[in-house]
Design a protein around this ligand. Sequence first.
Ligand SMILES: [Zn+2]
Length: 198
Amino acid sequence: MLPESIVNLITALAKLPGVGPRSAERIALHLVQSESGSVKQLADAILLAREKIQFCTTCGALTEKSPCPICADSRRDASLVCVVERAVDILSIEKSNAFRGKFHVLGGRISPLDGVEPEDLQIVELEKRFSLEPIKEIVIALSTDVEGDATSAYLAKRLARPNLKISRIAYGLPAGSGLEFADELTLSRALEGRREML
Ligand SMILES: [Zn+2]
């Protein structure tokens, strides 16, 4: 029924996270009836953001400049590194205002069923940071589900070294979910109440 170009647009939009087929259709129909200048502005903003954003070569955060502003900030506590699963988790923790250390993005968690092994994660990159930075504590902030637990245990074992404290943020986070679903207060309490693993 719909012209092919609109169908293609709906298909593309429906691939975006959180956009179901109905929203995709609504957005597509809105766009094709909008003033073409504003549509071009949106398209340009998408392209520009995609071109400018890269991963920080130190921590894996999304940034326009590497090292990212957090890695480059000398006022932050370089002895404390918080390990998260995805780059967006940094935003959740930053919003909680409860953490003044640095970050490291793993890029996933160990999940043999999905074919994700330790070597697929940014663990070697984290190990390299031990010789370059004065790291005294690793705070593991992975989700509290089976894979998050297994990955945390693996990391605690592999990263263990003299004079390094390894802690994990306290439970109380929504069970089985990622950091993005925790509100700021819960996250800051979870960080404060982190427990030593080793
Ligand atoms: Zn960084």
